[in-house]
Design a protein around this ligand. Structure first.
Ligand code: PLP
Length: 383
């Protein structure tokens, strides 16, 4: 800060001490690090978190800036994040919703009564859309996987073997986001033998597609990437646990549209909001998430599965990791995998599709940018 800002001080009419104090929490010694959040809080008229939980955590974390205030009086509110639906809805689902919900569903997205019509969508129509969007993902993922294997110069048999194992009809779990360590990309592998058992059951095909990058300075995040790569070469995961390189928005769009399950495993309460799950649900995916960020508000009894109970105040990181890894594999074994493969006489996973409708219906009308921008206007900008 010193080299970049010292020549600005005369114009700001501030001494060096006064300037650097702006980047310190009230009551902390000036030798501590300059924090952008302290600076931002001092210069903001309004302050908010990006989910209900993030508001609460922020009031506790920044109570020091208002030493006189009780925690619940700290002037930090929240506006929960939302996503821009038109950017993330798959083409088949978009058309289905236009036919069965409303031609103007994007314009009237907050109309909950309108979303009741999702219940009328037939098993056949919904399953067809899900299959088509998954198929498109798998065709691209195979091509993507093949190209990255070619760049490694693997021999032809390995190439054919590994890039052809992804199946268009298998239960497809997606995890795509930054590889920040608190997001725990490898939590699902903590009970590796039990997960291997699920992969070995050929009656219930299962695959997991990962994508994401670690920050260049984040060695922990890079280790998670290495762990996923290593597992993707080991039986029985080989070719059916895949890490797609060069993660970008185009790949994210394919993944949220095509995956059956969106895996979200941040360690509570580290996730401010998280938004990738909001992109998967309107496409009919089911959420499998810890109770953190947006999912605290998004979870309902039948729109997905919640890992753990979100109680973090009296638990260490290690305790949370153990508890949540146990619960995660239990859910997969006892509920999630069997439900996807439970088909009726016509071949439809009727109970799964019921949850899929619930996911579309409960998430889409609220976790969108129309509602978000309106709330910013009402709660902050025009107040
Ligand atoms: C939405 C999005 C994210 C955010 O994912 P989280 O689950 O909220 O971490 C990250 N990367 C891309 C490309 C996205 O589109």
């Amino acid at each position: 800060m010193e080299p970049y800002f010292s020549d600005q001080l005369p114009a700001l009419k501030l001494s060096a001490d006064e300037f650097f104090a702006l980047g310190h929490r009230t009551g902390t010694p000036p030798s501590s690090e300059f924090e952008m959040t302290s600076l931002a809080i001092r210069f903001s008229d309004r302050i908010n978190g990006v989910s209900k939980l993030h508001g609460k955590v922020s009031r506790r974390q920044w109570n020091c800036m208002w030493p006189e205030a009780a925690e619940n009086e700290v002037p930090i509110g929240h506006v929960t994040n939302g996503i821009h639906m038109a950017s993330w809805i798959g083409p088949e689902m978009r058309h289905l919703l236009e036919r069965q919900v409303s031609a103007d569903w994007l314009k009237n997205i907050e109309d909950r009564a309108m979303w009741e019509r999702v219940s009328q969508i037939s098993d056949h129509d919904l399953w067809e859309v899900r299959n088509e969007q998954r198929r498109r993902l798998i065709v691209s993922a195979r091509r993507h996987a093949e190209m990255q294997l070619r760049r490694r110069n693997v021999d032809r048999s390995t190439l054919n073997d590994m890039s052809m194992r992804l199946q268009p009809d298998a239960l497809t779990i997606g995890f795509a986001r930054r590889f920040a360590t608190y997001k725990r990309a490898t939590l699902i592998f903590k009970h590796k033998e039990r997960l291997a058992k699920l992969f070995e059951n050929t009656d219930r095909p299962l695959q997991i597609i990962f994508a994401g990058k670690a920050h260049p300075a984040d060695d922990g995040g890079k280790r998670f990437l290495q762990d996923v790569i290593r597992l993707s070469r080991e039986e029985p995961f080989r070719g059916r646990v895949v890490l797609l390189e060069d993660y970008d928005i185009a790949l994210a769009r394919l993944l949220v549209a095509g995956c059956d399950v969106w895996l979200n495993t941040p360690r509570p309460p580290k996730e401010a909001s998280g938004t990738s799950g909001m992109k998967a649900c309107p496409n009919g995916a089911l959420t499998l998430s810890t109770l953190d960020g947006w999912w605290v508000e998004g979870a309902s009894p039948h729109n997905g599965w919640t890992i753990g109970d979100g109680r973090w105040e009296d638990r260490s990181a290690e305790e949370l990791d153990n508890l949540e890894a146990d619960h995660l594999i239990n859910i997969l074994e006892e509920q999630l995998v069997p439900l996807f493969h439970d088909r009726d006489s016509r071949g439809y996973p009727v109970k799964w599709l019921r949850r899929s409708r619930e996911s579309i219906k409960t998430v889409t009308p609220y976790f969108n940018t129309s509602r978000m921008v309106r709330e910013y206007a009402e709660k902050y900008y025009t107040k």
